[in-house]
Design a protein around this ligand. Structure first.
Ligand SMILES: [Zn+2]
Length: 257
């Protein structure tokens, strides 16, 4: 079985490598990638090693993860070194978006319902991965990530390619007014219900934010997969009652061969 969900648009660029891990019963913990949720560390690291082997053949040397905190903090990876991969302690602290122009470095984000966004600039040669839950989306973390790429690498949004990975869909994401009120300026992402609650479309909110900073709509690919509807293949914190598994979205550029 193909171990990853992949995007067609990002997949067109040989230099850019990406993948979104999926649940897999052939591996322990259904192939969870999370070190922070209490499972045996060695088991999770073994799962990560499986991912590593799949990319190693393609000129990837390092993997970088963050200690995600639902912030809008963006970190630029400037050193070719592995962080957060075999221990939580070495992860980039208090951060929800990673960017780099280093080749051979894979950036990863862990989620189970929140929105993972993968970004690639094929002109200036840079990548980013973003974790956008409702708090990150409220803070427009995707725009902040792209601003960082503009400052650091001269990225122009019109050149960028984006993939919005499996995340909880509007079909399954009911929120109260206190959350919905942060998105009243994006009316298309909310459906008001009779009980005073709202159905929130977080993947669409992130797509709109990407378009607002100048990424072309045709360069944004939505997975179209709701994690809560598809718990067979993805972890869903809501649907699975606070499950502890997480899947990982990764992006990087291979070393010149
Ligand atoms: Zn759903």
């Amino acid at each position: 079985m193909e171990p990853f969900f992949r995007f067609e648009n990002l997949g067109q660029y040989a230099e850019c490598l990406h993948g979104v891990t999926m649940k897999n019963a052939a591996h322990p913990l259904s192939f969870s990638m999370a070190l922070h949720t209490g499972e045996t560390k060695e088991t999770v690291i073994a799962n990560r090693k499986t991912v590593e082997r799949l990319f190693e053949k393609k000129q990837i040397c390092h993997f970088v993860l963050a200690n995600q905190t639902h912030s809008d903090h963006v970190h630029v990876v400037k050193e070719p070194e592995t962080k957060g991969w075999e221990s939580l302690e070495s992860a980039v602290l208090d951060c929800d978006a990673l960017v780099t122009n280093l080749k051979g470095v894979m950036l990863g984000i862990l989620t189970a319902d929140c929105v993972p966004v993968l970004l690639y600039d094929p002109v200036q040669k840079a990548v980013a991965v973003v974790h956008a839950g409702w708090k990150g989306t409220k803070a427009n973390i995707v725009a902040k990530t792209i601003q960082t790429m503009q400052c650091e690498f001269g990225t122009e949004p019109k050149n960028m390619i984006a993939g919005i990975a499996p995340s909880i869909g509007q079909c399954c994401y009911e929120v109260g007014e206190e959350v919905a009120s942060h998105f009243f300026h994006l009316p298309d992402v909310l459906n008001a219900k009779h009980n005073g609650k709202y159905m929130l479309d977080l993947p669409l909110a992130n797509k709109m934010q990407l378009m607002q900073v100048g990424i072309a709509e045709e360069n944004i690919e939505m997975s179209g997969i709701c994690t809560a509807c598809d718990v067979e293949h993805f972890f869903s914190y809501r649907k699975e009652g606070g499950c502890s598994g997480r899947f990982m979205s990764l992006i990087g550029m291979q070393l010149d061969v």
